[in-house]
Design a protein around this ligand. Structure first.
Ligand SMILES: Nc1ncnc2c1ncn2[C@@H]1O[C@H](COP(=O)(O)OP(=O)(O)OP(=O)(O)O)[C@@H](O)[C@H]1O
Ligand SMILES: [Mg+2]
Length: 250
């Protein structure tokens, strides 16, 4: 089956003073794919996510969502078009309960509060609906934050380090719930991730960022074995990439 391109970035450039986290990035993302974004600290992953979601305007280059040019459009309007995101640090109102957080997100998106339970259940966090979000464990906070991003039923979901700060034994659970929810809603997912075991297990495709460029692009198997990726990104200590986990969502 021929898959349609949902996001197309062409020649994206961005610099902050002498730092240049995007140097002519050109890449197309297919509908329904699960794409892992890897790279060293400061490589430009969050900058890429910020450009796709309107938080940072590229100095040059273009971004298309299907056939629509979205370069320079304000974040909330990009969200309305169907591109949602989570942040490296969950953006929650700590003293509000999980349900109240969802209700606020629903109100912003123009949906009635009656969808709150459904939104919480989709990510498997309904049991925490009356708990103040600030007291929840990090994995649950991440899931709640992603539930908020998904209330608008996006077409594309960009997740900036969905498992960072989550206990190792809970990371797979977080990813399983997120990707189950994404499949339920037919969402294309791009996720930034430093844990190569997670990348290997959940990505249909991996983009490897280094110094503002994509140095490798392909299946996890190919990209994680790429000599440049191993030298520049994974380093010698990363024995986990030789693990034997299959694709959990195959
Ligand atoms: N708003 C900004 N103003 C100034 N410099 C910025 C800004 N955003 C990012 N940078 C710089 O751009 C570079 C790329 O940052 P970015 O956040 O995209 O990296 P990253 O790949 O997400 O890294 P990490 O894995 O640490 O999250 C870094 O040197 C960062 O300091
Ligand atoms: Mg980042």
């Amino acid at each position: 089956m021929n898959k349609q391109t949902i996001i197309r970035a062409t020649g994206l450039q961005k610099s902050f003073g002498s730092v240049m986290p995007a140097r002519n990035i050109t890449v197309s993302i297919e509908e329904h794919s699960i794409v892992g974004l890897i790279g060293t600290n400061g490589a430009g992953k969050t900058t890429f996510v910020n450009m796709l979601t309107g938080y940072i305007r590229p100095d040059s280059g273009d971004i298309h969502f299907y056939d629509k040019r979205i370069t320079g459009i304000a974040p909330r309007n990009i969200t309305k078009l169907g591109i949602a995101r989570s942040f490296q640090i969950p953006q929650l109102f700590a003293s509000q309960t999980a349900r109240e957080n969802v209700e606020i997100a629903l109100a912003i998106s123009g949906f009635p509060a009656t969808f709150a339970d459904e939104s919480l259940a989709r990510l498997g966090v309904l049991e925490f609906s009356e708990t103040p979000s600030g007291t929840l464990p990090e994995g649950t906070r991440k899931l709640l934050d992603i539930a908020l991003a998904m209330v608008c039923k996006p077409k594309v979901l960009l997740l900036d380090e969905p498992t960072s700060g989550v206990a190792a034994e809970e990371k797979f659970d977080v990813m399983n719930r997120v990707l189950d929810a994404a499949r339920e809603l037919d969402v294309t997912v791009l996720f930034v991730e430093h844990d190569m075991e997670i990348v290997r297990r959940y990505s249909d495709r991996v983009l490897a960022f280094f110094d503002g460029t994509i140095i490798a692009d392909g299946t996890a198997e190919v990209v994680l074995a790429d000599p440049k990726v191993r030298e520049l990104i994974i380093g010698e200590t990363a024995v986990s990439v030789s693990g034997e986990h299959g694709a959990a969502h195959a």
